[in-house]
Design a protein around this ligand. Structure first.
Ligand code: 5GP
Length: 180
């Protein structure tokens, strides 16, 4: 097992590039089958999903569109808790078959808060594709329709995922080493 160091912390290889690519191709195959003739609109959530989204998109064999958005949360003036806004959401979702592309669903809070905003635009359908999911950490009800891997509740980096800005460039996925 090889490991990497980021900001002085050690991460061990957890999912290899080959394992990741196998799952990405499988999901792309399922999407190509399910969305034939539908010209789906993929909405990839930056930053973490950029690699997954790019690889997934490369393997689609149907007509499809993709757009990238960034979520920003800020404290509302009156309401308690954070308000999530989407930066770069310019297209009209009305009547579209939408697929949200995420790197990882952890507590589910981000998507749970954000999806109603998209549903407000009345897409024809909306599904979620996530490379990773930590079932033990899930706190908000969320159905992941296309999933790469269910993983334990441990911090991971690589393949687009960062630790404080670093680690996104690795082709494999690494897990925080025990004892750190
Ligand atoms: P949620 O709202 O589901 O709790 O969190 C989702 C977001 O938290 C992900 O899009 C990702 O940015 C971040 N996140 C959750 N778990 C991890 C992890 O293990 N590693 C990294 N790098 N980011 C994570």
């Amino acid at each position: 097992m090889s490991s990497i160091q980021l900001h002085g912390k050690t991460f061990d290889t957890y999912l290899s590039e080959a394992e990741i690519q196998q799952q990405v191709k499988r999901i792309a195959g399922e999407l190509s089958r399910d969305y034939k003739e539908k010209r789906p609109l993929f909405i990839a959530i930056l930053n973490g999903s950029f690699m997954f989204a790019a690889d997934l998109f490369k393997h689609l064999t149907i007509d499809a569109e993709i757009s990238f958005i960034k979520l920003a949360s800020y404290k509302g003036m009156k309401s308690s808790g954070n308000v999530i806004t989407a930066i770069g959401l310019e297209m009209d979702l009305f009547g579209r078959d939408v697929v949200i592309v995420e790197d990882i669903v952890d507590t589910g809070k981000t998507l749970h808060q954000f999806l109603p905003k998209l549903e407000h635009q009345q897409p024809k359908s909306m599904k979620i594709a996530s490379l990773l999911h930590k079932p033990e950490a899930l706190q908000y009800p969320l159905q992941i329709d296309y999933l790469g891997f269910s993983i334990p509740d441990k911090f991971v980096v690589g393949y687009g995922l960062d630790y404080d800005g670093l680690g996104r460039n690795y082709k494999d996925i690494y897990q925080l080493a025990l004892g750190f």
